[in-house]
Design a protein around this ligand. Sequence first.
Ligand SMILES: [Zn+2]
Length: 466
Amino acid sequence: MPSSQTNRRTFLKQGLLGACAVGGLGAAYASYPKLKQRFFGQNQPNIILITLDTTRADHLGCYGYERPTSPNIDQLAAESLVYERAIASATWTLPSHASLFTGKFTASHGACKVVDGPLDLTIPLYGPKAINHYRARSIAENETTLAMLLSDAGYQTMGVVAGPWLKHVFGLNKGFEFYDDDNIETVNARLGEEVTDRALQMLRTPSAQPRFLFLNYFDPHSPYCAPPEFSHEFVTDYDLPADVRDDPAAIQKMIGLYDGEIRYMDYHLGRLFEGLKQYGMYDDAWIFITADHGELMGENGAFGHGGEVYQGVVHVPMIVKAPRGQQAPGRDDRWIQLVDVFPQILDVAGVAIPEGIQGQLPEEIDHPIVIESRTLPDINTGGDWFSIIDEGWKYVWSSEGNHKFFNLNEDPGEENNLFTQLHDQARLMDDSMHEYLASLPLPGPQAPATIDKKMQATLKSLGYIR
Ligand SMILES: [Zn+2]
């Protein structure tokens, strides 16, 4: 559990942030399911967790985006609780999903890039040898995952994924009874259409058990190449130069193509929601929609994800649809993170939340809002970036010494670095962040990598392994 010395309440006691507090919290907390009856084994709801890989909150209509990228997500959001300040725990796929599945930050679950990590991206992805720089380790072997706990509680646990880092070889399948990651051999190998088709196929067979279904849609991840019918409202010229830096017109074109990918994904989410309705599964299900991280589109010269921690990459959607009548729709402006989804899902399933995790139920959150961007020198030359956000103040620690300090309330674009000007305040946040991360239990030994025979044969034929 968080150190009592470093949680947010302590921050407030220190008087650091009292003067900077934003307005009151939003409405619609009262009916949160913590108060619901817990009849273990009876009336367990179906639960669907959807990650929109690489999707910035501010490019969805329900988060105020002016382009029509997300009509189906917006429709679901209108009947849901929408968290306006959800923050990713990490900046790329593997550690963020591991936080969703363990309720822990990267420092504690262990799944992240490691220079000498035994897992590399060439295991599931047949690409240029350069990608073997992407070395990582998986979730610690002794971690109990969300799917394991739900399975123990009687749930049928099923996953359909599209991103290469979600292949079972990296360990995120731990606890799933069915986990569909077949034939994902390139970055864009499995499109949203196939994720929805396979999910509906899985659900078509009736089950006496309640179901936990995890879906990962990967379309907004680069390369941005949605079919033109989904992009044409946002862009008319589909050719991007190899390097868009210092070319504002090309950046705008890139943003249009990215928006087209979101629109494509949203169309197939609409098909999913329609299918759930046809199967009679929509009204009574809990549906959690979030993203593992966003995507930088040139803010302060930064692009993509996995490195710097500007808001475009850490501010993610978090939308929670309850079974009909169990939760008033609304907006919630408390700060919340991916680690906090794990206890929420256990709570709605009526499953006890284990000790020793860092995630908390929304109304109880007092862990600091922390982001860990652990990078690899071959890929991210800017070094590691860690950040802590408190009541709109954002401190960014850089392993290269390029620390930053922003007032998000007055400077949402993070253009005015106050680190020198407000050095003492920034240092206090630095201390709290490092104290908190140091207080977390270290991950246990990592799980061994598993390569099946078919993959082994293909890797041999390509010369990746002997
Ligand atoms: Zn991702």
